[in-house]
Design a protein around this ligand. Structure first.
Ligand SMILES: NC(=O)c1ccc[n+]([C@@H]2O[C@H](COP(=O)([O-])OP(=O)(O)OC[C@H]3O[C@@H](n4cnc5c(N)ncnc54)[C@H](O)[C@@H]3O)[C@@H](O)[C@H]2O)c1
Length: 279
């Protein structure tokens, strides 16, 4: 296998969710740049249209539609629209997360958690990913299989002091990924998840305080924060035949953050102090 043809997505059709901004937008642009025809969807139809327009202006093929992933009938309609527009479905990127005004304040601790908040966040973060798989898999099987990429998070790999609902939903996405890979792999479905650390997107700028962003940057093994394009390149790779033997994996895209012991930041400061005193 030579890498370039294996990475090509010519002739493939991708349904991208929450693709009007951030990681979803970068991923839609990435799969389009490799030749895929893309159904760009987002709860915000205008942003989905902008992304589809960018793809078409660059010589690619794209359509757009509004999709609120908390609504099962809209997910079913988006799968049908992708197949109707482009004749098949090969790639699904499940990517939405809950962004209501209470996304941070409602998710402080299990003791203060309301069932209403829990259900609303789980619907967008986790149930939507299951529903995407439910409706996309039969369409993918019409052509011998496909690749599903779910969006988990480093907060679903290890616990943080806040955001339990978010983290638990993302841990659920990771396990959903393994179940789908195990259940449908023999029929040609690959399913993987990406688990990013803090990535500078519109969503992060809106929801996370700058101190938290800075803390994540200083804790990473690499000297910089990740960009949406750093995640999108993995989405595009997983979508392609270059990843044909990769399934059921939850891939951290985190600048080495989760590879380290929690004490590493303090240890770095100590080492720096020793170096300074040594001089
Ligand atoms: N940015 C990060 O640091 C980071 C880290 C780990 C995981 N993630 C995950 O990546 C995904 C994308 O996050 P982002 O940072 O790119 O955010 P973003 O705010 O830049 O983009 C999110 C998009 O989702 C859309 N959206 C919101 N609710 C929706 C719904 N119900 N149905 C469909 N679309 C909806 C928004 O309109 C927006 O276009 C999320 O699942 C998030 O949890 C992000």
């Amino acid at each position: 296998m030579t890498l370039e043809p294996a990475m090509s997505l010519e002739g493939r059709v991708a349904l991208m969710t929450a693709a009007g901004s951030g990681i979803g937008r970068a991923s839609a642009l990435a799969v389009a740049s490799l030749g895929a025809s893309v159904m760009v969807t987002d709860i915000n139809a205008d942003s989905a249209r902008d992304v589809a327009d960018r793809i078409v202006s660059a010589g690619g093929r794209a359509r757009h539609m509004a999709l609120d992933v908390a609504q099962e009938e809209q997910i079913a309609a988006a799968v049908a629209a992708a197949v109707s527009a482009f004749g098949r479905l090969d790639i699904l990127h499940n990517n939405a997360a809950y962004q209501g005004a209470d996304a941070i304040e409602g998710d402080i601790d299990v003791v203060s958690m309301t069932v209403d908040f829990w259900n609303r966040m789980m619907a967008v973060n986790l149930t939507s990913h299951m529903l995407g798989c439910k409706h996309a898999i039969p369409a993918m099987l019409e052509n011998g299989g496909g690749s599903i990429i779910n969006t988990a998070s480093m907060y679903g790999l290890a616990a943080y002091q806040a955001m339990p609902c978010y983290g638990i939903s993302k841990a659920g996405v990771a396990m959903l990924t393994k179940y789908v890979a195990a259940s449908h792999g023999k029929r040609g479905i690959r399913c993987n998840a990406i688990a990013p650390a803090v990535i500078l997107t519109e969503g992060v700028k809106r929801f996370l305080p700058q101190e938290l962003v800075d803390m994540n940057e200083s804790h990473a093994a690499l000297p910089y924060l990740g960009k949406p394009e750093d995640v999108a390149s993995m989405v595009a790779f997983l979508a392609s035949d270059a990843a044909r033997f990769i399934s059921g994996q939850v891939i951290a895209i985190d600048g080495g953050t989760t590879a380290q012991l929690p004490t590493v930041t303090a240890a770095r400061a100590l080492a720096e102090k020793a170096r300074t005193h040594g001089r």
